[in-house]
Design a protein around this ligand. Sequence first.
Ligand code: HEM
Length: 154
Amino acid sequence: MALNIELLESSFSRIKAQEANFMNYFYLTLFADYPQVKPLFVNTSMKKQAKQLFKSLVFVVENLHCPDVLTKSLKALGTRHIQYGVQPEHYPMVGSTLLKAFAICLDSAWTPNTEQAWSEAYAVITELMLSGAEYPIEILTPQQNDRTVLSDLN
Ligand code: HEM
C-alpha cells in the first residue's frame, strides 16, 4: 500500500505544534472509550508515556521515506508491547483513538483524504508491530483458547 506521505507530513506538522493538547486528548479519550486498557498502564508514568508515544509518532513521520528503518523499529516496538500486556485486539482501540485525536486537533484540516491517509498509515504500523510480536497461539482466537483449555482438562 502506497502511503500518502505528503499529506501525512503536512498534517502532522500541525499536530507537532500542539503536542500536549493532542496527547492529553488521546489518553483521556482512550480511557473513556476503552476502560479495559486502563490496567495496562497501572504502573506507568503517564507524563513520560505521552512523551514516548509522541516521539514514536514523530519518528514514524520522519522515516516515511525509509521503509527499512520503519520496519525494523516498529517490529521491535511490537515485540516490546507483548511485555506490556498489549494484545492484538488493543491495536484498533488505539487506532480509532488516534484518529479521533487527529480530528479534534486538525479541525478543518481533517479532510476525508487526511483521514484515509492516517487510517492507512495506522494499518501499516499495526501490521509491522504485530509482525514483531509472536503472540502465543492461545490468545489469538477464542476457539484456539477453548481447545487449549479442553486439552488441559483431558
Ligand atoms: C501506533 C501504535 C503504538 C505506538 C507507536 C506505541 C508506542 C509506544 C512507545 C514508544 C512506548 C514506550 C516504551 C517503548 O518504546 O517500548 C510504549 C509503551 C507502552 N504502550 Fe504503546 N504504542 C502503540 C500501541 C499500543 C497499544 C495498542 C497499546 C494497548 C493499549 C499500548 C500500550 C502501551 C503500554 C501499556 C506501554 C508501557 C508503558 C510502561 O512503560 O509502563 N501501546 N508504546
